[in-house]
Structures are given as C-alpha cells and as structure tokens.
Design a protein around this ligand. Structure first.
Ligand code: OFO
Length: 162
C-alpha cells in the first residue's frame, strides 16, 4: 500500500518521464526537418526509452495497489539552433530528472516505504547512464563545432542506435 504522498510523487514522476519522451520526440522532429536523420534516430530511440521509464512506474503504482493519475503533458520546445544546443538541453534535462528521482527517494524514505526505495534504485543507476550518454555527445559536438564533416560522421554514428 502506498501512502498518498508517495503515490502523488510517483504520478508526478510518470508525468516527467512522459514529458521526457515528448521532449526527445520534438528534438527528433527538429532533426528530421534539418535532414539530420542519424541524430533524429537517436532521439526517437531515446523517446521510446522514456516511455518505458514511465510505464515501469505505471506498473509499479498498479502493483502496489495505487491509482495511476495521468496529467497534462507540457508542450515541448519545437526547434533548437544547433545539435549542440539540443544535446546540451538534453543533458540539462537529465540532470533535472536525476534530482527529481533523488527527491522521490527522500519522500519514500520519509514514509518508510522501503519497497519504493528499492524500486527506485533502478532509476538511480539509469540516471547515471542517461547523464553520461548525453554528456558524451555534448563533448563530441563541442569538438566538432560547426565542421560539416564531423557533424556528418557523428550523424552516421548516432543513426546506428538500436
Ligand atoms: Fe527517464 O531518464 Fe531520461 O529523462
């Protein structure tokens, strides 16, 4: 059984994960419009991952006898001035999500909800990876700057993401 506070915080996290999916899909659409199909592919896969993150929380709330409450998803930004800007935003967003997971853990801890604390460990680990992968791409883009050949090569590399 979840406390009301933990249930509310889990539902808010579902909303944030769905927003993440929406944000990355919006980046994919922007990349598609600029013929950067590899960058777009990477963002589409990332968007799917975010849906999985949301559904894992959804299933957990159900498993604990809670009530999933879906809220409105904010409209994401539609365009970015460069791939570097987009990935910097993605990196910042992941740092924000990490803080949100930590906040959720603190709420679960205050409620002595050890089940939820244990469940959230998966997200703690996942966020380490999420931040690292966005940061790696930011660093590559910083090296490439506006050099078309480098951008083309990175586009090819990112397009291989399964
Ligand atoms: Fe769900 O990890 Fe990114 O946002």
């Amino acid at each position: 059984m979840l406390t009301e506070t933990v249930e509310k915080a889990l539902n808010e996290q579902i909303n944030k994960e769905l927003f993440s999916a929406y944000l990355y899909l919006s980046m994919a659409a922007d990349f598609e419009s600029k013929n950067l199909s590899g960058f777009a592919r990477w963002m589409r896969v990332q968007s799917q991952e975010e849906l999985n993150h949301a559904m894992k929380l959804f299933d957990y709330v159900v498993e604990r006898g809670g009530r999933v409450e879906l809220m409105a998803i904010d409209k994401p930004q539609q365009t970015w001035e460069s791939p570097l800007r987009a990935f910097q935003d993605a990196y910042d967003h992941e740092k924000f999500i990490t803080q949100s997971i930590y906040g959720l853990l603190e709420i679960a801890q205050s409620a002595k909800d050890y089940g939820t604390m244990e469940f959230l460990q998966w997200y703690v680990k996942e966020q380490v990876e999420e931040e690292a992968q966005a940061d790696r791409i930011v660093k590559k883009l910083e090296m490439i700057k506006d050099e078309p050949a480098g951008l083309f090569m990175l586009d090819r590399e990112l397009g291989k993401r399964e």
